[in-house]
Design a protein around this ligand. Structure first.
Ligand SMILES: C[S@@+](CC[C@H](N)C(=O)[O-])C[C@H]1O[C@@H](n2cnc3c(N)ncnc32)[C@H](O)[C@@H]1O
Length: 206
């Protein structure tokens, strides 16, 4: 993230108790739908995992799971909940722009994060994700696009909004299992109602 302003999720990550920052703490639709189709044993990486709703689900499902996020509070919450659930997750505080992709994964999840970093940086990260995916493995990626402007209360956070369809163009040489364009309106605590537009892809490496 580029902005010095604290994003709304930081306060929420700090709250003790159950996960509720994104998706009510439940895994995303794509993770819940496609991860169970992957044959175990398998290795998963959750990039920009936040407080860990997807990483915890993947570990619970039996994936050998690694996760990283730039947020200290997010990783602390993930590790606390993983400990309570007796789940083993290799979760670290790390800026994904500096992450060394030195392992191969069967599944890499990166949801809601890449538009928070600049285009020239996220484009390199997508290529590293693709290179670090095993043959037959999956990438599940979700980003916001500039079809909806950056919300007033999050100004300066979304420095790398994608163009509509840009994410899909990075996966033309993979099998696209699912790709979606969507828009929705919502309101964060104490913030104005605003709109988001996004692209999601589930792609399999040949
Ligand atoms: C909208 S949240 C999504 C969290 C999680 N992927 C989910 O779906 O619940 C975006 C996350 O990206 C993380 N993030 C932003 N920039 C990052 C970076 N450069 N490296 C690692 N994580 C980053 C934030 O700390 C935040 O937890």
């Amino acid at each position: 993230m580029e902005s010095s302003k604290k994003p709304f999720w930081e306060e929420s990550y700090k709250r003790k108790g159950k996960l509720d920052t994104f998706g009510g703490g439940k895994p995303s639709k794509d993770v819940a739908t496609f991860a169970p189709k992957i044959k175990l044993p398998a290795k998963a990486l959750d990039l920009g995992c936040g407080e860990g709703r997807n990483a915890l689900y993947l570990a619970g499902f039996g994936f050998e799971t690694s996760a990283l996020d730039i947020s200290v509070s997010g990783i602390q919450k993930l590790n606390t909940v993983a400990g309570e659930l007796r789940l083993n997750i290799n979760a670290v505080v790390c800026d994904m722009r500096q992450y060394t992709f030195n392992k191969t994964f069967d599944l890499i999840v990166c949801e809601g994060c890449l538009h928070l970093i600049k285009h020239e940086e996220w484009s390199k990260i997508i290529l590293k994700m693709k290179n670090s995916t095993a043959s037959g493995g999956y990438n599940l990626v979700g980003v916001f696009t500039d079809e909806a402007p950056e919300p007033e209360d999050q100004r300066g956070l979304m420095v790398g909004l994608f163009k509509e369809g840009e994410l899909f163009s990075y996966y033309q040489d993979w099998q696209v299992i699912d790709s979606r364009t969507y828009a929705f309106e919502h309101t964060h605590p104490n913030g104005p109602t605003h709109k988001h537009a996004g692209n999601n892809i589930v792609a399999r490496k040949p």
